[in-house]
Design a binder for this molecule. Sequence first.
Ligand code: PXG
Length: 296
Amino acid sequence: MEKELLIYIDGQFYPKSEAKISVYDHGLLYGDGVFEGIRAYNGIVFKLKEHLERLYRSAHTITLRIPLKTNEMTRAVLETLRKNNLKDAYIRLVVTRGIGDLGLDPRKCPKPTVIIVTEPIIQIYGAEAKEKGMTAIISWVKRDSVDATTHEIKSLNYLNSILAKIEANAAGVDEAICLDKNGFICEGTGENIFIAKEGKIATPPICTGALAGITRKRVMKLAEDLGYTVVERNITPNELFNADEVFFTGTAAEVVPVTEINRRVIGDGKPGPVTKRLMEEFGRIVKDPREGTPIS
Ligand code: PXG
């Protein structure tokens, strides 16, 4: 039998089949916790520092005191990867409020639960999506406005995104795009969104309730370095339908073209030159040791 993956829970390692937490954990009972989805490429954890900074910011806002200092958390992540002999991996780091009673008062939860799951990369967005582009709908599910359930905080409350994903599934398309309360474009269910029009790139601001994506930030910088103009501004559905190109960015998605939205063809229906260039360059960046933290 193949050796089971080991999961880190509160400083101990457990085989995947035995990695369990209490039903009284407020992460389960109330979605009271924060998380990060991180990736390692070729022995380098891409933007680990930035992911940990965001994790601690999310935790700070919900007054969750993570029991490890950032350098200890870094070590725990790297140790989990080493124990599992992973060089290319998906890393899920979860910190919950911990075990309490059935009431929602976080003061009843003295000790946060820290979980680190690492797995080999499964191609979530396969080669086909990258070559042909993804299909999407704008869903009726509006992104929660800026509060603890928006993605401004990367919390364990993902129902907003999950509802939108259900709509995408029902419509038989790959992904859903959420609007903000004013009807402007916000983001995908687990990706940020960009448009390119006449060589200029735009992406919605974080105040629409979008996550301050780490891939988003890196791709904005990359595009600027390549000579493109990049602006954060409100984008309407009409502009999205009429963009030359639309693409998503995210840890799982990397850079991926969107070629059809609500049955409207985007541009000429094929991944465009700006998207292709960014996909290519981003593929190089993730393997650059300067962009992350080495596992060993
Ligand atoms: N928006 C939302 C709501 C997200 O959850 C992103 C944007 C992209 O952010 P990053 O920092 O990854 O560039 C996310 C990230 C998954 C999965 O399994 C989702 C995310 C990350 C990793 C995996 O669907 N969300």
